[in-house]
Design a protein around this ligand. Structure first.
Ligand code: SF4
Length: 353
């Protein structure tokens, strides 16, 4: 992460507003000296699974089609982010990005508008086997796949869908299409702790990198509880019973995963301790929701509506100013461990992971 010293205390909990004190700099700088280089673009609220920690059983309320950004609007905003605001990596999320039929068009448009910028996607991989090559041909460069268990029964219970075979096919197709390194993300939950070593063994066999992520309070049902959360320490104890783990150095401080070499390497396993070892002070993310609002932090409900501005005829300069102002007022961090923490109104599926 690139940081700038703006001479402001590093701890701040309340939301600040206003931009009159913002230095005149093109980058997406915030009050704490962080600069956003990583853009997350959610393109739909729809999903093919119903993971219990993310979505309600009936799915999220559908967003009327006319309220979603079109492929052309997404491409325009990505081009602005890259050419005017210093973004260096773009990741497409949802919901589930594969639910959009024009995903290949979006990727191809962004690849053309921002050549050389890594274009990544986070997906559940259901149906990916049929589209991985076309996505790679369109310009997708990397992929993260969400998979919490390699037990068919447990997968079906967690996701409320019997789709494990499709996900495993999707992972293999992503590798075959050259979308490497393929990374598998698993949410740490009490139900899956016993199967964590099996999941790691499967990923080692397949040659894909596994990262476990501490569960955050972003579930639509608001059932997350700190007391039920599995910590990174508990996971390490479980994995160490079957594998020899050696902590490796973290090359990039803004990369959220801490990594351990497995059985002396070169394979590694990562842990993203989003709650117990928060990395907010190094956060370099900015988010665009599927409805075209900019969101500075996952946990802040303050959003700026770029879609209305675009459809009202805003020029690039006006959009740039709105985006910069939103990021200037980014919160210091999520405060999950604080007594007065309240979860954001939108769930992960609605914001984009
Ligand atoms: S909680 Fe907010 S500040 Fe912390 S890492 Fe996530 S987006 Fe960044």
């Amino acid at each position: 992460m690139t940081a700038v010293n703006v001479g402001i205390p590093g701890v701040r909990s309340e939301a600040a507003t206003g931009i009159s004190d913002r230095p005149d700099t093109p980058d997406l700088l915030d009050r704490f000296g962080r600069i956003a280089r990583d853009l997350r673009v959610s393109i739909t609220e729809k999903c093919s699974l119903r993971c219990t920690y993310c979505m309600p059983e009936e799915g999220l309320p559908p967003i009327p089609r006319e309220q979603l950004l079109t492929a052309a609007e997404i491409v325009r905003l990505v081009a602005i982010a890259v050419h005017r605001l210093g973004i260096r990596e773009v990741r497409f999320t949802g919901g589930e990005p594969l639910m959009r039929r024009d995903l290949e068009d979006i990727i191809a448009g962004c690849s053309h508008a921002a050549p050389g910028i890594p274009l990544a996607m986070t997906t559940n991989a259901v149906g990916l086997a049929h589209r991985a090559q076309a996505l790679a041909d369109a310009g997708l460069t990397r992929i993260n796949i969400s998979l919490d268990s390699v037990s068919r029964e447990q997968f079906a219970q967690l996701t409320r869908r019997d789709q494990l075979a499709s996900v495993l096919d999707g992972i293999r197709a992503a590798k075959a299409a050259g979308l490497t390194p393929v990374k598998v993300n698993a949410v740490l939950m009490p139900q899956t702790l016993d199967g964590a070593a099996d999941l790691l063994a499967w990923c080692l066999d397949e040659g894909v990198e596994l990262r476990f992520i501490e569960q955050m309070p972003l579930d639509a049902d608001h059932e997350w509880a700190r007391s039920r959360m599995v910590s990174a320490e508990q996971l390490l104890t479980v994995l160490s019973a079957r594998f020899r783990l050696t902590e490796t150095d973290r090359e990039d401080q803004s990369a959220p995963a801490e990594r351990w070499a497995v059985n002396d390497g070169p394979a590694t396993v990562g842990i993203i301790a989003s709650v117990t070892r928060s990395f907010c002070s190094d956060c370099d993310r900015t988010r665009l929701t599927s409805e075209g609002t900019v969101r500075a932090c996952l946990f802040s409900d303050q959003e700026t509506d770029l879609r209305t501005a675009i459809r009202g005829g805003a020029n690039d300069e006006e959009l740039v100013a709105l985006w910069r102002g939103t990021m200037w007022n980014k919160w210091a961090g999520h405060r999950i461990t604080k007594a007065d923490f309240t979860p954001p109104q939108r769930s992960m599926g609605a914001i984009g992971g």
